[in-house]
Design a protein around this ligand. Structure first.
Ligand code: PXP
Length: 241
């Protein structure tokens, strides 16, 4: 199976919002990501609107034909926005107002009752729903039980670890990916991936989509977004081969 790359362009909006104006424009980033060979655009409309804003949704859709993956908290407000915007996919993420980024996976196993109706409503609208979870067999099983079509495995701990700890985290990802595939759900992965860490994750055959943002937007400052997306795709393809 081929491995798709979704580019998370939230941090283009972070930079724009630092001045409160319209530059740099996340919609232009969506175009550049496609020119670099991206397979999808990922955006996270956070409750506090710290980067992507409501108006960005339509602007990004108008700027690209790529499928849009909307990362969202499991709230009534976000459910209503998703049902109106109708993204190709929605990834349900835990959201804490004071965290800098999404620090851990969603506790699907502890919230099955609350998440099941959300998954049902989004799926009924034709949106592919994934759960952003730690590579934990309990969370995989719970995601399948509530009817998610995909899970995204949180790769942050793998990326942050070193030495034998990193090997252990990679093994957790590998085992979780196999468990996801066995349920019939799609297996995605992301968070913290860079040129150095992407290869081992891309080599896991069960994983069919990676979502990468912060590293690429940072690298784009030096090399440009089109070439850095193309380089990431090339590293993924090489690891897969
Ligand atoms: N996937 C999910 C669900 C995320 O929340 C994020 C961060 O917004 C990413 C992928 C991308 O992580 P990073 O920006 O560290 O590449």
């Amino acid at each position: 199976m081929t491995l798709r790359l979704g580019i998370n362009i939230d941090h283009v909006a972070t930079l724009r919002n630092a001045r409160g104006g319209s530059w740099p424009d996340p919609a232009l980033a969506a175009k550049a990501a496609r020119d670099g060979g991206a397979d999808g655009i990922t955006i996270h409309l956070r409750e506090d609107r710290r980067h992507i804003r409501d108006a960005d949704l339509a602007a990004i859709r108008a700027a690209t034909t790529l499928p849009i993956n909307l990362e969202m908290a499991a709230t009534a407000e976000m459910q209503a926005i998703a049902l109106e915007f109708l993204p190709h996919a929605a990834c349900i993420v835990p959201e804490k107002r004071f965290e800098v980024t999404t620090e851990g996976g969603l506790d699907v196993a502890g919230k099955e009752g609350a998440l099941r109706p959300l998954v049902r409503a989004l799926s009924a609208a034709g949106i592919r729903v994934s759960m952003f979870i730690d590579p934990d067999p309990r969370q995989v099983a719970a995601s399948a039980a509530i009817g998610a079509q995909a899970v995204e495995l949180h790769t942050g701990r793998y990326c942050d670890a070193a030495g034998s700890e990193r090997a252990a985290e990679l093994d957790r990802l590998l085992r979780a990916a196999k468990a996801v595939a066995a349920t019939g759900m799609e297996c995605h992965a992301g968070h913290g991936l860079s040129y150095d860490t992407v290869g081992a994750v891309a080599a896991i055959a069960e994983i069919i989509e990676l979502n990468i943002g912060h590293f690429l937007i940072g690298a784009a400052l030096f090399d440009g977004l089109v070439p850095v997306v193309a380089k990431m795709k090339a590293l993924m393809a090489a690891a897969r081969a």
